[in-house]
Design a protein around this ligand. Structure first.
Ligand SMILES: *Cc1c(COP(=O)(O)O)cnc(C)c1O
Length: 420
């Protein structure tokens, strides 16, 4: 099936007389007739549900759909994007190990890698995504267990050269984790370019309506854990009566281990209700992503022509430095987020306060157009020097184009620019 059909249909096949729509199984537990059946479930010999921390029918249907959309072998939903990032790294690295990450990543992920994981004994080497030599050198550092990057970086709007990153990671027998939140599988499927694990904050375009937080980890099913010396996958897990993930779960050792070991112990599952809401979002993802991209391109072209605006970043623009990679990895569609610079904080505030249709929100990537001023909100704690290092200019505005009529979005920006 084509991706448009998968968005609508994948993951749930009702049997005779069952609900047409995947039901919300709002139940923590499941009833069985015999102790033997429950034993088999615990031994992972039978498929089924026993406790919603580990698996639940609503969550399972949505996991199956997302695995299908990405072209992976299995998926596991989490309570948020942050939980997905955390579990994907902890599945590979332990105290004393290292990871390598692109320096152009989501601020929350940067803090997780730079502060919290560091406190847990996992060091992160950050590299400029375009610094090939730096990347080569970093992945060869002793103890590196994972390489991490974002398809379309939030907020830098840089496109990751996934093929190059995958090749370099594999040269050192280390898997590549790609955060595909901003592109979504409709615009880019990182497994097709060599990624090994894909994660998302489903709170953004996948949910699409700004109603439910969530995250997901998808297993590409191809990485050779034996070659990389990842004993936690290839030798018996004593905490799960000796299961060897690469033997018993050849197709999806990564997600199986993340579920039965890390989700079991850390418990950061999504709620069945949020999984249900996420599924409603996924049903229209294939319609929304082209519309977000089309609107954002027209808005970026409008902003680019206005002399009051110093610069516009949008990978969908032919003149943008990221456009060649955007064509290769995202079919030329730039997704919905634009950043532009009006010169200083005061002007940015005047422009944003004058907007009517576009609302000030600390969120991006939903159906409604929203604006955010990084220097006074998400990056408020940074000094001017740190802001400059993070590539955040004081007059920079991040605009998340919704799926309204683009003429209305542009008219709103036009009147606000006149009030700036
Ligand atoms: C928002 C976001 C996250 C974090 O996701 P939450 O669901 O807010 O925890 C991670 N990565 C990217 C690229 C994001 O945009």
């Amino acid at each position: 099936m084509k991706i448009n059909t998968k968005c609508v249909q994948s993951g749930y096949e009702p049997q005779n007389g069952e609900p047409r729509v995947v039901p919300v199984s709002m139940s923590t537990t499941f009833k069985y007739d015999s102790t033997q059946t429950v034993g088999d479930l615990f031994d992972l010999k039978a498929d089924g549900f026993f406790y919603t921390r580990l698996a639940n029918p609503t969550m399972a249907a949505v996991e199956k759909k997302i695995a299908d959309l990405e072209g992976g072998t299995a998926a596991m939903l989490t309570s948020s994007g942050q939980a997905a990032t955390t579990l994907s790294v902890l599945n590979l690295a332990s105290s004393g190990d290292k990871i390598v990450s692109s320096s152009e990543i989501y601020g929350g992920t940067y803090n997780l890698f730079n502060v919290t994981l560091k406190r847990m004994g996992i060091d992160c080497i950050f590299v400029d995504p375009d610094d090939t030599d730096g990347l080569e050198k970093a992945v060869k550092t002793k103890g590196v267990r994972a390489v991490f990057g974002e398809t379309l970086a939030n907020p830098a709007l840089k496109v990751l050269d996934i093929e190059k990153w995958a090749k370099t990671a594999h040269g050192a027998n280390v898997p590549l984790i790609v955060d595909n939140t901003f592109a979504t599988p409709v615009l880019c499927r990182p497994f097709e370019f060599g990624a090994d694990i894909v994660i998302h904050s489903t709170s953004k375009y996948m949910d699409g309506h700004a109603v439910s937080l969530g995250g997901v980890i998808v297993d590409g099913g191809r990485f050779d854990y034996k070659k990389g010396g990842f004993k936690q996958f290839t030798e018996p897990d004593e905490s799960y009566h000796g299961v060897v993930y690469t033997e018993s779960f050849k197709d999806a050792p990564f997600v199986t281990k993340a579920r039965v070991q890390l989700m079991r112990d850390l418990g950061s599952m999504i709620s069945p209700m949020n999984a249900f809401l996420l599924n409603l979002g996924l049903e229209t993802l294939h319609l929304r992503m082209p519309r977000h991209s089309e609107n954002a391109l027209e808005v970026a072209e409008f902003l680019k022509k206005d002399k009051r605006i110093l610069s516009v970043s949008y990978p969908g623009l032919q003149t943008d430095g990221q456009h060649a990679k955007c064509k290769k990895y995202m079919n030329g569609s730039g997704s919905g987020v634009i950043s532009f610079d009006v010169g200083d904080k005061e002007k940015a505030a005047r422009l944003m306060d004058s907007l009517q249709l576009a609302k000030i929100v600390v969120h991006v990537a939903d159906a409604r157009t929203g604006v955010l001023h990084p220097a006074s909100s998400t990056h408020r704690q940074l000094s001017d020097r740190e802001l400059a290092e993070a590539g955040i200019k004081p007059g920079m505005i991040r605009l998340s184009c919704g799926i309204e009529d683009k003429a209305d979005i542009i008219a709103d920006l036009k009147q606000a620019l006149d009030n700036m």
